[in-house]
Design a protein around this ligand. Structure first.
Ligand SMILES: C[S@@+](CC[C@H](N)C(=O)[O-])C[C@H]1O[C@@H](n2cnc3c(N)ncnc32)[C@H](O)[C@@H]1O
Length: 350
C-alpha cells in the first residue's frame, strides 16, 4: 500500500500487523472477563424468541483480540439465557472505514456464530435505535474524533508538556467525544441492556503508565522529522480519568446507570516474557517496538509533508523506528515495564 493513502491516524498498521503485535491489548481484554460476567448478571433487557440478540464490539481492529472478547460475551449470554439463544445471537464488529477489513473478515470467518462487519466511526449512530443487547469496547475510545490543535512540545497531550491552552482544548475534545460516543450507544441499546467500556485511563496523579513510550516516540520524532512535521506529529489519543468517565450528571442525562467503575495497572506481557527470561533484551526491544508500531505508525505517516517522495517516506519511517529501538537500548527494559492504566466501566441503559 502507498504511504500516501492513509486517511486516519487512528487506524492500526495493516496486513495483519496489529493482529500479530497486540498482546498488551489482549491482556486488557482478558482482565475484562470478570466484568463481562458482572455485566451479564446486570443485563435486564427483554427479548422474545424471534428477536435478534445483538452484541457489538466498537473498535475491533483486525479481529484476533476482538474475537476473544466476543466469545467470552457469547458464552456468558448462553450461560445466563441457555444455549437455545445461540441462533438468535448476531455479533457486530465495528471499526473505522480505513480498518484492514479483509484481515478482519478472514479472522472472524473462523468463528462459529453469525457475525457482521460494520465500517463506520463509533462517534456516529451505527445501528438502529433500541436494538443492541450488549455493547463492548476495549482500548479504542481514547482515540479522539479529531485533533483539536497541534501540541508544540510533545506528541502526547498528557506528557506534562502541554500549555494550559492546549490542555484545555484536548480535554474539551475528549469530553465532547465521550458524550457523543455515549449518546449514540444510549440510542442503540435497548432499555436494560449493558455497555462495558475498557479504556486507556490514568490514575489520580495523572499517571497514564505509558509516558516512557510516548517520550521515546517523541525523541525518535525529533531525530528524523523537519520542524513543520514535528509540530504536526501528535498522537490523537486522550486517556480519560475515571471521574471524566463517570460524571453522574452526564450519565443521567444520557439515560445510563453506573454499575461498576474500576481502574487497573496491568502487567505488560512482552516485559513479563523478558523478566521471566523467555526472551532476551534484543528480542524484547524488537517485540515492544513492533507492538508500538502497530498503533503509532499512522500518526507518523500522516505528519509527513505532502511533497515527500515515497523513497523519503520509507527512509524516514525506517530511521524513526531505529531511533525508537536505540532509545529502548539506552534506557533499559525496566523503563518500559508497564501496560497503561485501564478503566473498566459497566453502564446500563435506563
Ligand atoms: C488499539 S485498537 C483496539 C482493537 C481491539 N479492541 C483490541 O483490544 O485489540 C483501537 C481500534 O479502535 C479503532 N478506532 C479508533 N477510532 C475509531 C472510531 N472513531 N470509530 C471506530 N473505530 C475506531 C481503530 O481503528 C483501532 O482498530
Amino acid at each position: 500500500m502507498s504511504l500516501r493513502t492513509i486517511e486516519s491516524s487512528n487506524t492500526m498498521k495493516q496486513n495483519e500487523h496489529y493482529n500479530l503485535h497486540s498482546t498488551p491489548q489482549l491482556t486488557a481484554i482478558e482482565k475484562s472477563f470478570t466484568y463481562i460476567q458482572k455485566a451479564i448478571e446486570e443485563h435486564k433487557a427483554s427479548f422474545s424468541l424471534t428477536d435478534i440478540f445483538f452484541i457489538v464490539d466498537y473498535g475491533c481492529a483486525q479481529g484476533t483480540n476482538a474475537v476473544v472478547a466476543i466469545e467470552a460475551i457469547v458464552e456468558a449470554v448462553q450461560q445466563k439465557y441457555g444455549t437455545a439463544i445461540s441462533n438468535q445471537i448476531c455479533t457486530v464488529f465495528n471499526d473505522l472505514p480505513t480498518n484492514d477489513w479483509s484481515v478482519l473478515i478472514k479472522t472472524i470467518s473462523k468463528s462459529s456464530f453469525t457475525s457482521l462487519a460494520l465500517g463506520k466511526p463509533f462517534y456516529e449512530q451505527i445501528l438502529p435505535s433500541n436494538t443492541v443487547q450488549f455493547g463492548y469496547t476495549s482500548s479504542a475510545i481514547h482515540w479522539l474524533s479529531k485533533k483539536p490543535c497541534n501540541l508544540h512540545r510533545h506528541c502526547f497531550v498528557l506528557a506534562g508538556q502541554s500549555t494550559a491552552e492546549e490542555m484545555a482544548m484536548w480535554k474539551a475534545q475528549a469530553a465532547e467525544d465521550y458524550k457523543i460516543f455515549l449518546q449514540h450507544r444510549s440510542n442503540e441499546l435497548k432499555k436494560g441492556a449493558v455497555l462495558l467500556c475498557v479504556t486507556l485511563s490514568r490514575d489520580n496523579s495523572n499517571d497514564t503508565g505509558n509516558l516512557p513510550t510516548y517520550d521515546n516516540l517523541y525523541q525518535s520524532a525529533t531525530a528524523v522529522l523537519d520542524e513543520d512535521e514535528l509540530l504536526n506529529y501528535n498522537i490523537q489519543g486522550y486517556y480519560r480519568s475515571l471521574e471524566e468517565q463517570t460524571d453522574p450528571i452526564l450519565l443521567s442525562e444520557l439515560n445510563f446507570e453506573l454499575i461498576y467503575a474500576d481502574l487497573y495497572l496491568l502487567q505488560h506481557p512482552i516485559y513479563e516474557n523478558y523478566r521471566l527470561k523467555n526472551i532476551d533484551f534484543k528480542e524484547f526491544i524488537e517485540k515492544f517496538t513492533e507492538f508500538v508500531r502497530s498503533w503509532a505508525e499512522m500518526s507518523l505517516i500522516n505528519c509527513l509533508r505532502k511533497d515527500r517522495t515515497e523513497e523519503e517516506r520509507t527512509k524516514i519511517i525506517e530511521n524513526f523506528w531505529n531511533e525508537f529501538r536505540n532509545g529502548m537500548q539506552l534506557r533499559g527494559a525496566e523503563h518500559f515495564n508497564k501496560n497503561p492504566y485501564r478503566s473498566y466501566i459497566i453502564l446500563r441503559k435506563l
